[in-house]
Design a protein around this ligand. Sequence first.
Ligand code: ZN
Length: 281
Amino acid sequence: MLGAACTQAASGASGRIDVVGAFYPLAWVAQEVGGPRVNVVDLTPPGVEAHDTNLSARQVADVENADVVLILGYLGFQPQVEQAARQASGRVVEVTRQITLRPSQERGLSADPHVWLDPALMENIVQVVARALVIADPGGTADYQARGDRVVRQLASLDQRYRAGLQGCRFSQFVTTHEAFGYLADQYGLQQIGIEGLTPEAEPSAQQLRTTEDAIRSGKAAPAVFYEETAEGERIGKTVAGAVGAPALPLGTLEFDPAPGNYMSVMQANLASLRKGLQCP
Ligand SMILES: [Zn+2]
C-alpha cells in the first residue's frame, strides 16, 4: 500500500498530487488545503453554471488519471462529471457524504446540491478534503492538517459574521432567481422563494413569477430581488424587480470561478447584499 501511494504521489508530471475539482468551490478547497503540494484542475469553466458542466475528452482523461477527484456526490447535479468519476483510477471523494442533504423535487436531481453556500457545511467539506489528501499523499500530512485547520477557522469566522449580521432583520423571506440558498437559509433562520428552481434552465413560468411577485407585493418577502450573476439570472432578476418596484441585488452562487474574487470575497459580498435586502440592523 505504501509503495502504491508513493508511486501515485509521483505520477504527476510536476511531482505534485493531481487533484480534479468538479467545480469552483471544490477546486478552491483543494488549492487552499493542498497548497504547493497539489496541482488542481477545475472542470467548470468561467461563466458556466456547475449544473451545465460538459467535459472535453481531455477533461475526461484528467478525471480518469487524477490522484484525487472531488465531486459533490452522485446526485445528478453534474451528470458528465459523475459518469467520468465512475471510471476514475484515483480516489473519488463525494464531499457531501457526511452531510444531510435537502430534498429535491426536480427530475434527475436526487438532492439539493448547493451546500457550499453555507459556511458551516463548507467546514465539513474542508475536513473531508484534507483527509483525502492525507491518504493520497501521507508525506504531506502535517501540511494538509495545518492548512485545513486554517481554512476551517476562516470559515468559522465567516459563519459568525453571517450569524451576527443576519440577526434582527426586518425580513426573513427573500426572493432569489436561482434557488441556490436553501442550506444558507436553513442555517441562519431565513426562507428563500426561488423564481427558477434548483436547476436554472427553463424560463420561469407565469405561475412562478406570480408567486414571487405576490410574496414581495404582500410584504411577506423582503422588497428586493436577489439575482445570480449570470446573464440569465440578471435579466430575470431585474425583470421581476422592475415589475414590483424593488431593487435587484446580486447574490453569487459560486458555481464557477468568480475571479478576480474568490470564495471568501463573494460570501462577504453576499452577506452585505442580504443585509441590505432584508433590512438588517
Ligand atoms: Zn445551482
